[in-house]
Ligand binder design. Structure first.
Ligand SMILES: Nc1nc2c(c(=O)[nH]1)N[C@H]1C(S)=C(S)[C@@H](COP(=O)(O)OP(=O)(O)OC[C@H]3O[C@@H](n4cnc5c(N)ncnc54)[C@H](O)[C@@H]3O)O[C@H]1N2
Ligand code: MOO
Ligand SMILES: [Mg+2]
Length: 395
């Protein structure tokens, strides 16, 4: 048997970061920047008002209350500005450029709101409610470094510095294929012996949660030839492929049968529970990674978290490794097979305790859905007493 760490190491040694592409701004959510992005201008580009109010000279507020003539009215976007002379006020809106001569803004709440003249009864210090040019970003400053994962805020600052296109590693495109002649699409009728296909949905959703683009290709039954045909189609658009089922010791194991002869996909027993039987390798001239995950729903889900997610991180140009763990105290005794790392499904509570869910079989998908964490029991531990500290991966 191969250890969890050795299996992941083999996977990470094989997968490569995707090549950067010029992406349209709107395609960049979840992509990873492949260039340092600088701002061509300072941000804000000009001194402007932080509040709706009146731009004045602070020296004119020396004696309060005071009434000043309103000589102009500037909205955000205004370009023709009259300078604020001594004893003058300009009505100004948030974001509007500060007129020359003014050195502070009096918020409208401190005034009578007048449009011809304004009555002010509260002092504003020089600089009050003014946002200075370059206060956020200097011209030429790097706002995002290569390697940054683009979320909503990062996408926002790309737009904020005027970028329409950026060089970034795209989200990996992953095709998900399930195998098994017992599978029926949800919504269809079950005949005796049949079940609804859940893995193709779970794994496609897991790809999306992990920052990839998931394409669900549905089930190919148990025929290795149909699988090979489906893989040919998938390879046209896929950066990686995931299959579920057909990798164990049965008489009909289409994934193993189809891929073993190619010599580029190895089927292993990984020393873990669940998820022991699985395969990994590459397909086609482009050496597209393929993850042949076990059919049991919990086994394929756990294998995804341990192996596919880090591989997708690497393809995205992000740091890649086993999911982080946190320490927790188990509320119940735990058992684990000797020589395998166990990933028990549990509920991690706010008080730092974790409770294994009822139903630890690798077919028990409802129990997985009730869990929010995997309790990791090392290979050399077979029993953990209640109250002991355990490592936990959040789901
Ligand atoms: N003699 C042995 N039998 C089995 C072994 C073994 O070592 N010796 N390993 C067991 C373990 S562990 C696992 S895990 C499974 C792996 O099975 P396969 O990858 O070959 O998957 P299948 O046989 O196709 O299906 C297993 C199980 O999962 C259900 N399944 C499959 N696909 C789906 C799907 N898309 N949605 C929902 N459920 C699915 C399928 O109906 C089976 O119940 O092998 C054990 N056997
Ligand atoms: O390893 Mo299997 O994944 O236990 O059910
Ligand atoms: Mg099987």
């Amino acid at each position: 048997m191969r250890s969890v760490d050795a299996h992941l190491a083999e996977i990470l040694a094989t997968v490569r970061p995707l090549a950067p592409l010029e992406l349209d701004l709107e395609q960049t959510l979840g992509a990873t920047l492949a260039e340092d992005v600088t701002s061509p201008v300072p941000l804000p580009p000009f001194d402007n008002s932080a509040m709706d109010g009146y731009a004045v000279r602070a020296e004119d507020l020396a004696e309060l209350p005071v009434t000043l003539p309103v000589i102009d009215d500037v909205a955000a976007g205004s370009t023709e500005l009259r300078a604020v002379g001594p004893g003058h006020a300009v009505r100004i809106m948030t974001g509007a450029p500060l007129p020359a001569g003014a050195d502070c803004v009096v918020p409208v709440e401190w005034t009578d709101g007048g449009t011809v003249s304004v009555f002010i009864d509260r002092r504003a210090e020089p600089g009050n409610a003014i946002r200075r040019a370059g206060e956020d970003v200097q011209a030429g400053e790097v706002v995002l470094k290569a390697g940054t994962l683009i979320g909503a805020a990062q996408l926002g600052i790309l737009a904020g510095v005027g970028r329409k296109r950026v060089l970034a590693r795209p989200r990996p495109r992953v095709v998900v294929i399930s195998t098994g002649s017992e599978l029926v699409e949800p919504g269809g009728q079950l005949a005796p012996g049949q079940i609804w296909d859940s893995n193709s949905f779970t794994l496609t959703a897991a790809v999306r949660e992990a920052g990839g683009e998931g394409f669900r290709s549905g089930s190919v039954g148990d025929d290795p030839a149909v699988l090979l045909d489906r893989l040919d189609t998938a390879l046209v658009r896929a950066d990686a492929v995931i299959t579920s089922g057909g990798v164990s010791m049965g008489a009909y194991e289409p994934v193993k049968e189809a891929l073993s002869p190619l010599g580029t996909v190895a089927f292993e027993k990984v020393a873990m529970q669940p998820g022991m039987p699985q395969g990994f390798g590459v397909l086609g001239d482009d050496q597209v990674p393929i993850f042949a995950l076990p059919g049991n729903p919990v086994s394929s889900f756990v294998s995804f978290q341990l192996f596919v997610r880090p591989a997708l991180d690497k393809m995205r140009g992000l740091p890649a490794g086993l999911p982080q763990t946190v320490a927790a105290r188990t509320t119940e005794p735990l058992r684990s097979p000797s020589g395998k790392r166990s990933f028990l499904r549990g509920v991690l509570a706010a008080d730092g305790t974790v409770s294994p869910v009822h139903g630890q079989g690798s077919h028990q998908l409802a129990a997985l859905a009730a869990a929010n964490a995997l309790i990791v029991v090392p290979e050399d531990v077979t029993e953990v007493p209640a109250g002991a500290s355990v490592e936990v991966m959040r789901l």
